[in-house]
Structures are given as structure tokens and as C-alpha cells.
Design a protein around this ligand. Sequence first.
Ligand code: NAP
Length: 259
Amino acid sequence: MQNTALITGASSGIGRELARLHAEKGGDLVLVARRADRLDELKTELENAHGVSVLVLAEDFAEPAAAERIFTRVAGEGIDLDVLINNAGFGARSLFHEQDWNEVQAMIQVNAVALAALTHLFLPGFVARNRGRIMNVTSTAALQPGPLQAIYFASKAFGAYLSNALVEELRDTGISVTNFMPTGTATEFAAISGMADTRLFRNTASPRRVAEDGYEAMMRGDMDAFGGMRPVRRFQYWLVSKLPKRTMLRIVRQAQEAE
Ligand SMILES: NC(=O)c1ccc[n+]([C@@H]2O[C@H](COP(=O)([O-])OP(=O)(O)OC[C@H]3O[C@@H](n4cnc5c(N)ncnc54)[C@H](OP(=O)(O)O)[C@@H]3O)[C@@H](O)[C@H]2O)c1
């Protein structure tokens, strides 16, 4: 395989568009998600349209052993990754004390632990080759705590902090790590996380546009990047960050509530 990118959460939304972008540039792919039928469809589409090679791996990141299985399979196929994109993730709206604990654990596992595990497994190979690009798809949720989505926001802050710390650790290498923060995007995410009726999802960006922002930022080696962010929304985030913390928390909570 050549110029190979492993993309998690490639069966839908932003991940699927990232896969299309990479294939359009002639890159091979390892696609990961639970829905194998969706991944097989995408494999057929991309192999036919761009003559690239695509390996499909159906895995559930709620299972702690999934990352290790993926690494073993990729290594067994003799594939050296050039790009790792940790994109799989999901949210849920609930008061924390009412949230099902199994859901909490799965969210931490998928959004945070699997991201760290895949990065930890593949990074030594990147270091040995002194090159590679990593993009961790976090969220603008990484910018502040999120009442009514406490675990989702915390899991995204974990990904952002990990990404940024690695930038310094890898300063003298040819490896970049991009913390990519999409804004509200028109994917399956809003329905799955129960957020479709909120102000945040009134005006959404297209997954293609968001994926382009992320892919370009990753190829430039940017440390932090926003996806699909209008300037007025960026200003709002900046403004909120300057407010007293309790005021900020109330505003963020209101943004999670149904309109
Ligand atoms: N949409 C937004 O507004 C928005 C904003 C900021 C950040 N993000 C982040 O962007 C990333 C992509 O989300 P999206 O908007 O494209 O949503 P999406 O359309 O729901 O796609 C989520 C992807 O993650 C995969 N996934 C979810 N749970 C998984 C699990 N247990 N194991 C393996 N794969 C799993 C899904 O695949 P399967 O269901 O097939 O497993 C799917 O491919 C997420 O990390 C999300 O938090 C989204």
C-alpha cells in the first residue's frame, strides 16, 4: 500500500468524507467502524473511482481490545501507515447522574481511550521512519466544560490535550499531530447524540467542507484547526472564554438545551 491513511469512523459523516479526500489524492486506506456494510460500499466506490487499495476493518471501539486487534492486523498485512486519523466518536445529552454508566464507559472508551491507544500503537513506527501525520478529530467541545454533555466534552478535551502535548514531544521529528475541532456538522452525530433540536445544530456545516478544512490543516501540520467554523461563531467562542466561569457554564448549558 502507498501513502496509506487509517481513518476511524469512516462509515459516515466527516470520516467518510476524509476517506474520499485521501482517495482523490491517490492514497490507500484502512477504514474502520462497526458497520462493515457501509465500509464495504465505500471501499467499492473508492477503488473503482480512484484505483486505490482499501482495507476494511469492522471493529467496535467500545471493546478495549479493538485498537490492539487493528494494529496487529495492519502490521500483519505489512502496511506502514503514513496517516492516522482518529475520528470515531459519539455524544449523548443527559444530566451526568442520570446517564447510563455503560454509555459513559463506552463514550470514554471510543472518544478518548481508543484514540490514545491507536496513537500509542502506531506512533513508534512513525518515529522510526521519522515521518507521519496524525489527526485527532476532537470538537469545539474541547474548548470548555459542557454541562448536559459532561463526559462528551471531557472526552474531547482529553483528545485535544493529548494532541497538543505530543506536538512538543515530537518537535524535532517529521511527525505532525493536529487537534481538529469541527463545529456543528450535518452528519448522523446530531441525531445519535440527541442534539438535533439545539441552537448549535440550527446552522450546520457540510461534512465535505469540514473534512476539507481538517485534511488541509493536517497536511500543513497545523497544531490546532477548526472545521466549518464561521467567523462569527469563532468570535462567540472567544467571547465565552473571557466570561466568568459560572456565566460561561450557564451559556454552554443553554446551548445544549432544546430550543
Ligand atoms: N457532527 C458534528 O457536529 C461534530 C462536531 C464536532 C466534532 N465531531 C466529531 O467528529 C467525529 C465524527 O463524527 P460525525 O459528525 O461524522 O458523526 P457520525 O456521522 O455519527 O460518524 C461517527 C463515526 O464514528 C463511528 N463510531 C461511533 N461509535 C463507534 C464505535 N463504538 N466503534 C467504532 N466506530 C464508531 C461511526 O461508525 P459506526 O456507527 O459504523 O461504528 C461513524 O463512522 C466524532 O468524533 C465527533 O465527536 C462532530
